[in-house]
Design a protein around this ligand. Structure first.
Ligand code: ZN
Length: 376
């Protein structure tokens, strides 16, 4: 195992890239999709099952973990990897985004944010310095800068002020992170859907200097067309020799479109959350298992999928356990969804390596356009 964090680009096809991030806790093949383990668990999955789907890295949420069970407690118990029994790399977000979306009575100042916990109403503070401290206590391998972003649509002046505050916080995050060999700190580009602001943000981040660069402030209500509009130029503003991480994305077609535009890493709760609401993601698009059409269907969800849900169970069974509110419904569908996402990433990486990304993309969309298999 290497003792430092590094990134090597192996092949490109158009703007799409494939490569390898090396960390002391293991390698991350890119483009990578990171399952979300919000509260020190990928919901409904054992960590070894998550690994079996092909995931190289998990995402943990600073906001949730600092409130419950607490970062100092996780540190005393040996760190997040040991606590949740995941030995591979972990990326943690900074807490900034979730403070804005989940907590009550927020107060935002130049220093940071004070807020009340959505769990028990207790008072907390987050600042660039405290976020770096918490992510260090957790033992995160990839640490995110503390930032702030408004929901879109927002007035350009609001977006500009917010972005400039985030850039001042990025500088403080870098100083507080210090020199930690083997651990990486990523800066986060902001600027909403305004190209000049995205450029200003990228220049500032490059001046500070980070191990990787995230594109933040997207997938917050602007829609796919506006998001792709930003991704047509935003990744190009970031250094070519560092990983580029698009935060909080997305649906399978968002992922393919982001990779096409030069993104290397993504995360989203969609495959796990959908798994708990009876929605499966397949090569033929989304399938709602709750629908009565599956009640007598002995066929697998996807006959070409090698996950346990598709190998060993029928659509009729998946329909039954979902309708009955059985826990195995969430377990099987989450497994399938994560397996499908990792399969998608593996196919994307193979297509880029082979210089066949355009053909892959055409086939991906053609298959989805066909829709689910005919009902029996
Ligand atoms: Zn499956």
């Amino acid at each position: 195992m290497p003792d430092r964090f590094s990134f090597a680009l192996h092949a490109t096809d158009g703007k799409a890239r494939t490569g390898l991030i090396s960390t002391p806790r293991g390698d991350i093949r890119t483009p990578a999709f990171m399952p979300v383990g919000t509260a020190a668990t990928v919901k409904a999955m054992m960590p070894e099952s998550v690994a079996a789907t092909g995931a190289d890295i998990l995402l943990g949420n600073t906001y949730h973990l600092m409130l419950r069970p607490g970062a100092e407690r996780i540190d005393r118990l040996g760190g997040l990897h040991r606590f949740m029994n995941w030995s591979g790399p972990i990326l943690t977000d900074s807490g900034g985004f979730q403070v804005m979306s989940l907590s009550d009575l927020r107060k935002l100042t130049e220093a940071g944010v004070t807020f009340r916990s959505h769990v028990d109403g207790s008072r907390h503070e987050l600042s660039p310095e405290r976020s770096m401290e918490i992510q260090k206590l957790l033992g995160s391998d990839i640490v995110m800068c503390f930032d702030e972003c408004p929901a879109l649509p927002a007035e350009e002046k609001v977006v500009a002020n917010s972005m400039r505050l985030s850039m001042r916080w990025a500088e403080r995050s870098k100083a507080a992170f210090g020199d930690r060999p083997g651990h990486a700190l990523f800066g986060i580009q902001q600027g909403g859907v305004t190209q000049d602001l995205r450029a200003e943000s990228a220049e500032k981040l490059k001046e500070i200097g980070f191990d990787g660069y995230a594109i933040g402030g997207l997938a917050v209500g602007e829609g796919q067309e506006a998001m792709f509009g930003v991704l047509d130029y935003a990744p190009d503003m970031l250094p070519e020799d560092r990983p580029r991480y698009l935060m909080g994305v997305g649906k399978p077609d968002d992922i393919v479109g982001a990779v096409k535009r030069g993104v290397d890493m993504m995360d989203c709760v969609l495959p796990t959350r959908s798994g708990r609401t009876g929605q499966a993601w397949t090569r033929r698009g989304p399938v709602a298992l709750k629908n009565a059409r599956h009640a007598d269907d002995p066929r697998p969800l996807d006959e070409d999928c090698t996950c346990p849900a598709c190998r060993n169970y029928s659509r009729a069974y998946l329909h039954h356990v979902f309708r009955s509110g059985e826990m195995i419904s969430a377990m099987l569908l989450t497994w399938h969804n994560l397996h499908y996402y990792q399969d998608l990433m593996a196919n994307i990486r193979a297509a880029i390596t082979a210089g066949q990304f355009d053909a892959f993309e055409a086939e991906f969309h053609a298959m989805r356009a066909e829709g689910d298999i005919e009902r029996l």
